[in-house]
Design a protein around this ligand. Structure first.
Ligand SMILES: *Cc1c(COP(=O)(O)O)cnc(C)c1O
Length: 431
């Protein structure tokens, strides 16, 4: 058998980049075994929930039409409730993406005259139109739901004083985003989310606390439901879909909150009783089964990338040593060429569409050109190896995913090889 290094050479990874990668990896054994322990724990959690609900071969089949008595769908929702430690869950292919799941959770649990509060600063971009921060047709604002926001303090701490002031008799729902998304604030650990929720509930016990859990699932051994969240919401084409779910979103939470969401997703009176699962259940089950190890692979990729690029003088968030609470890695290249080379390198490592070259383009909704790398089995899936970078200062890329650690590693080495080949990183710096 030829050596691993020879195999990498055939795949376009030169000796310097390979050896530099190995030297970085040598120092990460401790981090990686910690990630593996978390995955091991979460694997047991998932299997336990599946066994407790007696998932059977019949559950993997789907229904058509109205979808009454869909055994697999109904069982899967109890499995999710078990994994997320909540009373109930809604897990459906009819929830089209993460934004839809979040919009559904908000719109079904808020009524005209209510107020929504974000105590952790500006929410994810696509929620601005859901809430009406940016005027939009059908937003919560059009339905008479007002919005208040309290930013984090400059050091990333909660602004408890102003959160206390912002909570008022109208406040019905509090939305807490776990992941930093594409901002520079730190991602929140489940423990910190728990502290925030107990502070809020001490002031107003009947307020609904919702957590946007996107990119956070299975990164820790506990989920926000265990820290007091009334609703935990996310996308199945991120962590919990394990790369296999071809569509979908979930809302896990208090029975009443989940039922409200079901009555809005389908119809008042029908709720969870309808909604055929078609043919997706096998992938939903197998996806959640694989999700702990897939998330671990993505996390190892993120930690590797941080430790590979940081010594080369590029700013990385989180840094190489920080504890992780989501799978996103930001790397600042400081030049358009750096962002472009990185994304083209990631694309060149893809199993699908490796032969296409991404270029920056004017994406609707963005104020600068954006370059995106994605060679995914599921279109737009960001649990698969992917990256995107807006072509504007500070010229940072946001990198995430990797269904297997070996593939994440290859993608990251490939990105560095592109930077070296284009003279953006001097080869001598690698030794
Ligand atoms: C991805 C994401 C969303 C939106 O999910 P889509 O599936 O892209 O609609 C919302 N919040 C956070 C924190 C996310 O990472």
């Amino acid at each position: 058998m030829e050596s691993l290094q020879e195999m990498y050479a055939r795949m376009g990874i030169g000796k310097q980049v390979y050896e530099y990668g190995e030297s970085v990896l040598e120092k990460l054994a401790g981090r990686f075994s910690e990630i593996d322990r978390i995955a091991e724990y979460n694997q047991m959690k998932v299997v336990k929930a599946m066994q407790e609900q007696k998932v059977s071969e019949a559950c993997l089949l789907g229904t058509t039409g109205y979808g009454y008595n869909d055994l697999g769908r109904d069982t899967l929702e109890v499995v999710y409730a078990g994994i997320f430690h909540t009373e109930d869950a809604l897990v459906r292919p009819q929830i089209t993406c993460g934004t839809h799941a979040l919009a559904l959770a908000l719109m079904s649990n808020l009524r005209p005259g209510d107020e929504l509060l974000s105590p952790v600063g500006k929410p994810y971009d696509t929620l601005e139109e859901v809430i009406g921060i940016r005027p939009s047709r059908g937003s919560l604002q059009e339905y008479g739901v007002t919005y208040r926001q309290v930013d984090l303090l400059p050091d990333g701490q909660f602004d408890y004083e102003n959160i206390r002031k912002a909570l008022n008799e109208k406040t019905r729902l509090v939305t807490i985003q776990r992941s930093k998304g594409y901002q520079t604030r730190p991602t929140l650990s489940v423990d910190r989310i728990g502290e925030l929720i107990s502070f809020i509930k001490r002031i107003k016990s009947d307020v609904i606390c919702m957590v946007d859990n996107c990119y956070g699932e299975f990164v820790e051994t506990i989920e926000p439901g265990e820290a007091g969240a009334d609703m935990v919401v996310g996308s199945l084409i991120k962590n919990p879909g394990g790369g296999l779910a071809p569509i979908g979103g979930y809302i896990a939470g208090k029975r009443e909150c989940v039922e409200n969401a079901a009555f809005r997703l389908t119809s008042p009176g029908l709720g969870k009783e309808v909604g055929a699962s078609l043919g997706v259940l096998k992938d939903f089950y197998q996806g959640i089964f694989l999700a702990p190890t897939v998330t671990a692979s993505a996390l190892k990729g993120a930690v590797f990338a941080a430790n590979l690029y940081e010594p080369l003088g590029f700013a990385v968030v989180p840094d190489g040593r920080e504890s992780r609470h989501d799978i996103i890695q930001a790397i600042t290249f400081g030049s358009p060429e750096g962002v472009i080379a990185f994304c083209q390198g990631i694309q060149a490592a893809a199993p699908v569409d490796s032969h296409v070259t991404p270029e920056p383009w004017n994406m609707p909704g963005y104020d600068a050109e954006v370059i995106m790398a994605a060679g995914a089995f599921v279109s737009g899936s960001s649990i698969e190896l992917s990256a995107d970078g807006p072509i504007k200062p500070p010229y940072a890329v946001y990198f995430q995913g990797g269904l297997t650690w070996a593939h994440a590693k290859f993608g990251i080495l490939k990105s560095l090889q592109f930077l070296v080949d284009r003279g953006i990183v001097q080869e001598m710096r690698l030794s």
